[in-house]
Structure formats: structure tokens, C-alpha cells
Design a protein around this ligand. Structure first.
Ligand code: G3H
Ligand code: 13P
Ligand code: ZN
Length: 309
């Protein structure tokens, strides 16, 4: 069933688990995620970035998601815009049936972020749609910055409280050391759970979102490399940390990179094992299967969202 994130977040905060938000770009990825959610009996968030919408086209995306929600009537499924860059994109998604949008004003200063977020919140709420906002900046591997500069990128708990009050946003993405992509840490993985805790104390009723939270599953990286890939030094957030985050007030955990790795690994393997293959179904079937297993593992073993429908 198609839902907003309101009820699943309330349950997550009450019971101490997180809901996976998985990026979708095509039919196989959508099917893999909802099949996993159905098998794990887990609520799930399907999210599309503006580049995913450009790639798949919004009508195709919405029709496929409609098919998924009809197929699994008893599974709560939300459709969310990931990293909405501006008001217009958020409005377009809301008008096309998204149940949740993110307005990412983190590139702007505090006041401009508030102003833009509030504009989206006012429109979204008038249509029954919920809004995720972002405060703080996610680190990048190239951000080889000194301690005080990297401190400045983390979400400031004081600001978080003011931001939520003034914007009325429904959930808040925070920066505590995660980053997008396959290269998150040069040395040890480290997340600022102390900052998460402080933020949680200031805004106990606001669901917290973690971006850049792929594990960069070592087995998938190894599989890509074994079958002709070249992804050296990839490193993500270990499952134990994501499990800890799920139990410490994080309600939504974003995953894209692990799905990309699963799809690529399975396709590479199929090509190497049978160089004569040219029927796309022959390599997209194992790709869909590996994405499903990856998503199920996260729901059951890491986020704790299994049997929470
Ligand atoms: O955080 C961004 C997501 O991984 C989506 O990436 O813009 O390449 O679709 P994308
Ligand atoms: P990863 O790159 O860690 O999968 O993060 C995805 C994300 O945050 C999407 O918004
Ligand atoms: Zn993100």
C-alpha cells in the first residue's frame, strides 16, 4: 500500500529500529526492493533522485511504483524524492503523487535553507505530503580537512532545534560523518554518535535520517573486482554502526551504493561465466536476485525493520 512515512517513522521511534530508503532507477531495482520488503515483512521507502527521474521518466517510475503497491497491499511503501534541489522539483514530484519529498538546502546558509525548506513544507503539507530537510554537510573522501573545518560540517544540535521549529519539516537529515558513494573513509570508519545523541535530545520527536549510509559490502566489492571490475580501496559504514544507529534514534537509512554494487557484481559475473550471453534477462535476473538478498539482509540483520508492518 502507498503511504507517507508518518506512521512508519512513529513506529520506528517508539520501537527503536530504522527503515531502509533505497534508491530506484529501473524496474528490476524496484521489484528487488519490494520483493525483499514483502519477504521480510518490512515497511520500505523507495526513493528517486532528480537524476533517477530524468533517467527513468516520472510517469514510468510512478506506474511501476503503483504496480508494486498493488502487488503488495499489506506492505507500507512510501515514494520519496531524494535530494530535491529546488522548490520546483519538489512541487513536480508532489503533483505527480510522491508521498514524501526531500528539499536539500544544505548547500545554502542557515537562513536561506530555512526559507527554502519552509516554502516546500507549506506546499507539501497542503497536499498531505511529508518533507525531509537537511542540515549540515556530508563529508567527501576528498575532504581531507583539518579537525575544526570537519567539525564545522557536522550538524549543530542547537541549530537543529531552531531549524525544525522554524521550518516545520517532518524529518531531518544530519551530518555525523557519513558520505555518499563507495569511498567513505580513508582509515577507520568513524561516526559521531555523540552528536546524534545530542540532536536526539534536542528534537526527540523528529525522525532522524542518515544519508551516505551504504556498507559498501566487502563481498560485493570483491565480486566486482574478481569479475573484471576495478574498485580499489572502497569503504563504507560497517553494519554494526548502522545497527547501533538504528537503535539510537535514526529512523531512515539511505542506501544506493550497495544496490549499485550488487547489480554490477551480478552482471559482471554473468558476463564472465558465459561470454556468449546476450539475452538481458539472463544477466538481469541474477542482478535482481542479488539486490533482493542485499536489501533483505539490511532489513532483517541491520536495520531491524523486519516484521514491523
Ligand atoms: O545521494 C545520491 C544518490 O546516491 C542518488 O545518486 O543522483 O546519481 O541518482 P544519483
Ligand atoms: P550511499 O551512497 O552511501 O548509498 O548513500 C545514498 C544516499 O544517501 C542517497 O541519498
Ligand atoms: Zn543522500
Amino acid at each position: 500500500m502507498l503511504v507517507t512515512t508518518k506512521e512508519m517513522f512513529e513506529k520506528s521511534m517508539k520501537e527503536g529500529f530504522a527503515i531502509g530508503a533505497f534508491n530506484v532507477n529501473n524496474m528490476e531495482i524496484i521489484q528487488a526492493i519490494v520483493d525483499a520488503a514483502a519477504e521480510a515483512k518490512s515497511p520500505v521507502i523507495l526513493q528517486a533522485s532528480s537524476s533517477a527521474i530524468k533517467y527513468a521518466r516520472i510517469n514510468y517510475l510512478m506506474k511501476m511504483i503503483e504496480a508494486a503497491t498493488q502487488e503488495y497491499e499489506n506492505i507500507p511503501i512510501a515514494i520519496h524524492l531524494d535530494h530535491g534541489p529546488d522548490f520546483e522539483t519538489c512541487k513536480m514530484c508532489i503533483d505527480n503523487g510522491f508521498t514524501s519529498v526531500m528539499i536539500d538546502g544544505s548547500k545554502y546558509d542557515f537562513e536561506k535553507n530555512i526559507e527554502l525548506t519552509k516554502q516546500v513544507v507549506d506546499y507539501a503539507h497542503s497536499k498531505g505530503v511529508v518533507v525531509e530537510a537537511e542540515l549540515g554537510k556530508l563529508a567527501g573522501i576528498e575532504d581531507d580537512v583539518n579537525v575544526s573545518a570537519s567539525d564545522a560540517m557536522y550538524t549543530d544540535p542547537n541549530q537543529a532545534e531552531e531549524f525544525v521549529k522554524r521550518t516545520g519539516c517532518d524529518s531531518l537529515a544530519i551530518a555525523i560523518g557519513t558520505s555518499h558513494g563507495a569511498y567513505k573513509f580513508k582509515g577507520e570508519a568513524k561516526l559521531r554518535f555523540d552528536i546524534l545523541q545530542e540532536i536526539k535530545q534536542r528534537i526527540p520527536n523528529t525522525p532522524i535520517v542518515l544519508h551516505g549510509a551504504s556498507t559498501v559490502i566487502p563481498e560485493l566489492v570483491k565480486m566486482c573486482n574478481e569479475y573484471g571490475g576495478n574498485i580499489p580501496g572502497a569503504k563504507g559504514v560497517p553494519d554494526e554502526m548502522l545497527n547501533q544507529a538504528s537503535k539510537s534514534g535514526v529512523s531512515k537509512i539511505n542506501v544506493d551504493t550497495d544496490l549499485r554494487l550488487a547489480m554490477t557484481a551480478a552482471i559482471r559475473k554473468a558476463f564472465v561465466e558465459d561470454p556468449s550471453v546476450f539475452d538481458p534477462r539472463k544477466y538481469l535476473t541474477p542482478a535482481r536476485e542479488l539486490i533482493k538478498e542485499t536489501v533483505k539482509h539490511k532489513m532483517i540483520d541491520v536495520f531491524g525493520s523486519s516484521n514491523k508492518i
